[in-house]
Design a protein around this ligand. Sequence first.
Ligand SMILES: NC(=O)c1ccc[n+]([C@@H]2O[C@H](COP(=O)([O-])OP(=O)(O)OC[C@H]3O[C@@H](n4cnc5c(N)ncnc54)[C@H](OP(=O)(O)O)[C@@H]3O)[C@@H](O)[C@H]2O)c1
Length: 252
Amino acid sequence: MKVLILGGTSEASALAKALSEHDMPAVFSYAGRVAAPKPQPLPTRVGGFGGVAGLAAFLMEQRITHLVDATHPFAEQMSRHALAAAERCGVAVIALSRPPWAPALGDRWQRVSGIEAAVAALYGPSQRILLAIGRMHLAAFAARPQHHYVLRLVDRPEAPPPLPQHRLTIDRGPFTLEGDLALLQAHGIERIVAKNAGGQGAVSKLTAARHLGLPVVMIERPALPRRREVHSVKAVLAWLAHGAAPGVERGV
Ligand SMILES: NC(=O)c1ccc[n+]([C@@H]2O[C@H](COP(=O)([O-])OP(=O)(O)OC[C@H]3O[C@@H](n4cnc5c(N)ncnc54)[C@H](OP(=O)(O)O)[C@@H]3O)[C@@H](O)[C@H]2O)c1
């Protein structure tokens, strides 16, 4: 048995810790998006595989038997590639993910289907907006240049984002309610744009928005093909222990 973990999330790190404690042969993979990724207690590789063909070649070369897709719920392409490559190679595959957030009493969410819909939702007069969506799709918001954006990013970008009015706040989670209330109030934020990532590390901005009565444009997750998916490290360990069948297990 040899496991490949596709990482970039706290769930992936928790699984790496558990596999290392169980002395299970495993490799950890990062896309290489952040300057200083968290060190892992497993052999680690960094960078894209080169599409489905590249990942399939890696699975074969490394004699991987089990693939755990523990990427972020918005890492759609990697998740699709994982399913395709595992099917091609007869490798058992499972997704380890966080359940999405659901609105609670007092929340003022406008749920949208993707980045373009989030941009469309920001019509109207100038507002002060916390754009908490990472760095990949910031350019799309140049279509709404009337707003003043506060961007929360893990690393300082090499080039300034193409948004005429913006401020950067460089920080990585987990975030706290106190910290996020202070951030929203210090910048006079009137609206938040967020991705429905789920989990604890970034939920405090939503709790803070509820406290302050702020509206949230919530970008819902991309749809993926049906796949075996669990929400805990324990469930992945059980899957590994109980002889996961190779290939994509559909209809679960
Ligand atoms: N999207 C988000 O909001 C978000 C938030 C937090 C963390 N992350 C993490 O950041 C990474 C990149 O996310 P993304 O949204 O840019 O992904 P993506 O759009 O689904 O993937 C784009 C390409 O990046 C490479 N890649 C992605 N994850 C990889 C991994 N773990 N190991 C090796 N290569 C990987 C693959 O390149 P090849 O085709 O060349 O193999 C993939 O085709 C992921 O690991 C994800 O868990 C993403």
